[in-house]
Each structure stands twice: as structure tokens, then as C-alpha cells.
Design a binder for this molecule. Structure first.
Ligand code: AHR
Length: 325
């Protein structure tokens, strides 16, 4: 073979092999560039509008991304979600998008996929960072800054109450990254304000019914409550129902702040019952598709593909309610 042709061939070989080499160098399974993929999406549960919007967003991009989606719903069980991922591995999917219900119990699923040579993209929730790492055990975490969401909720509450409040905190699913981080962000800011006291903090599992039940119980022990911080809108709506059932007037004698930006929450802001909600976008389809394509093209993916979130209060809820879910 003439020297220049051989050089060209060698150059091309080096170029093409350099793409998966980036993944191999990081210890991650590579992903071939092709027109269609079998892609697993392991959802945690479908018990609230946020989850349903997230699933729909993944379905909406499937065709244009060339995904044949293998969808599972763990129905609120981390053990089932591990089994769901194992089943995707057994089916030989090309890649897995995982929204880990809790930070630690889903680690074996991440490791099993890595072992099987299947790249995992964490979306919306993260896993325990002291056990598994982006860029080594999974490709990346695509999601919001939950600590910052908690901080923004606290800063709004401090300003709204003039730094004086007796607060009940409704936490999300115990052991999940949004519950851990939203609590940290909020509690850290509140601790800097001597007039603000969190008198009770309990999980309502991100669910409207449990938010209502927990709020009703805590209200009996703390009838002097003047503010509620709920880790998501569904629990805030449940808390509003519990307060009203107890003869309180949410928005007047109790100031409520939460996180997500659902349609019901924006309506509650318009109705004057909910003070504000920090957005946590559930629309993961487009960014998941783009990130997977970048990875397949051999790009080194940043460990955290961060989603920027808006903030909704009485000044803009009406303007955004039509695009809410
Ligand atoms: O992980 C994001 C959280 O999970 C959302 O705030 C909540 O509504 C959902 O269940």
C-alpha cells in the first residue's frame, strides 16, 4: 500500500477508535453511533403530575431520537426498580436512563449495568456520591440543583415573613436525593435567622395524601404554625387541604412555599393559598436525547448536566399556568 494511503488509513483508524476510547479511558461502557437504540427508562412511580410529565417528556422525544423505549414503573419500590434495571440488562438494551428513587438502594443496579457494558444516565435524582461516581460508574447526572432549590425557597420565606416564622417542613421520600438536598438547602438558610424556627420536619413521601395526613397530625402538636415548607407541590396542596380542614386560612395566617411548578400549584398561587414554588423541571426528554447523542459521538460528558430552574410567585404564576402540567 502506498505510504500516504497507509498513513491515511492509520489516521482514520486512530480517529474512529478514539471515540470509544474516551469512554474506555473513564472505565465507562462505550455507546455506538447508530440510527436507532433500545433505551431503558426506569421510572420511580407515577403517583403525581411531575412524574407523569417526566415520563411523557421521555416518550415525546423517542421517535426523533431513534429510541425504542423500554419503560418500567417501580411503583414506589426501590427493590422493584433494581429488578426493573436488571430486566433491562437481561433484555440487552443499548443504554439506560434511571431516575433512582433513593440514593443508596439503587447503586447495585448502576453497578450491574456498568458490569454488563451498558451506559447509565441518571436523570432527575442522584445516587450516593460516596459509593458511585459520574464518569466512572455512570455517565452523568442530568438534573436540577436541589440544594439551591431549598435555599431559594428559604430565602423567599425569610423575605415574605420578615424573618419571623414557626415552620413545619414536609420532607420528600426518605433517602432520596431531592429530599436530602432540599432539606439541607432550606435548613442551612433558616439556621442563619434567629426569628425562624423549624418546629417539626417529617416525610410525606412527595405525595398529596401523605402531605395532608402528616400536616393534619403535626398541626395538632403545633397549632402556632405560621409557615409551611413542602419539598414538592403535591405535599403543599395536601397541606393546604389539612389547614383548611382545621379552620386555618392558607396564604393569610400560614405562608406556604414549595418546589416543582405544577399546574395545581400555580393555580393555588393565583388563588392566594400558596405563596411561591421553585421550579423543578420534569422535561427531561430533550436534554436526555442530546446528552446520549453527545456521548455516542465520543464527547466527554460533564459529571453534572445541570438544569436551570425558574421561580413562580404571584408576580408570574398566571403568565406561566398555560405551559404547566
Ligand atoms: O425528583 C424530583 C421530585 O420527585 C419532584 O419534586 C417530585 O414531585 C417528584 O416525585
Amino acid at each position: 500500500m502506498p505510504r500516504n494511503i497507509r498513513g491515511l488509513t492509520l489516521g482514520l483508524t486512530l480517529l474512529t477508535s478514539a471515540l470509544p476510547a474516551i469512554a474506555f479511558a473513564q472505565g465507562l461502557p462505550p455507546l455506538e453511533q447508530k440510527d436507532s437504540y433500545r433505551v431503558g427508562f426506569a421510572q420511580t412511580e407515577s403517583n403525581n403530575p411531575w412524574r407523569i410529565a417526566e415520563t411523557q417528556s421521555m416518550r415525546d422525544v423517542a421517535d426523533e431520537c431513534g429510541w425504542e423505549l423500554v419503560y418500567t414503573d417501580a411503583a414506589g419500590s426501590a427493590a422493584k426498580q433494581v429488578a426493573d434495571v436488571n430486566s433491562m440488562i437481561a433484555q440487552g438494551v443499548d443504554a439506560i436512563f434511571l431516575a433512582p428513587r433513593e440514593e443508596t438502594p439503587l447503586i447495585p443496579a448502576v453497578m450491574n449495568a456498568k458490569e454488563a457494558g451498558i451506559p447509565v444516565f441518571l436523570i432527575d435524582r442522584n445516587v450516593n456520591q460516596s459509593v458511585a461516581q459520574a464518569g466512572e460508574d455512570y455517565v452523568t447526572f442530568i438534573g436540577s440543583d436541589f440544594i439551591d432549590q431549598g435555599r431559594r425557597a428559604a430565602e423567599w420565606l425569610v423575605a415574605e415573613t420578615g424573618g419571623e416564622a414557626t415552620i413545619i417542613e414536609l420532607e420528600g421520600t426518605t433517602g432520596s436525593s431531592p429530599a436530602n438536598d432540599r432539606k439541607k438547602g432550606f435548613d442551612d438558610v433558616i439556621a442563619e435567622h434567629p426569628g425562624m424556627e423549624i418546629v417539626a420536619s417529617q416525610s410525606g413521601d412527595f405525595s398529596r395524601d401523605q402531605g395532608r395526613e402528616v400536616m393534619a397530625t403535626l398541626l395538632q402538636a403545633h397549632p402556632d404554625v405560621t409557615a409551611v415548607y413542602a419539598h414538592n407541590d403535591e405535599m403543599a396542596i395536601g397541606a393546604i387541604a389539612a389547614l383548611e380542614a382545621a379552620g386555618r386560612t392558607p396564604g393569610e395566617d400560614v405562608t406556604i412555599v414549595s418546589i416543582d411548578g405544577t399546574r395545581d400549584a400555580l393555580q393555588a398561587i393565583i388563588d392566594g393559598k400558596l405563596g411561591a414554588t421553585v421550579q423543578s423541571s420534569p422535561f427531561f426528554g430533550p436534554i436526555s436525547c442530546e446528552t446520549m447523542q453527545r456521548y455516542a459521538a465520543g464527547e466527554e460528558i460533564e459529571p453534572w448536566v445541570k438544569i436551570e430552574d425558574m421561580f413562580f410567585d404571584a408576580s408570574n404564576a398566571a403568565e406561566h399556568i398555560d405551559e404547566a402540567y
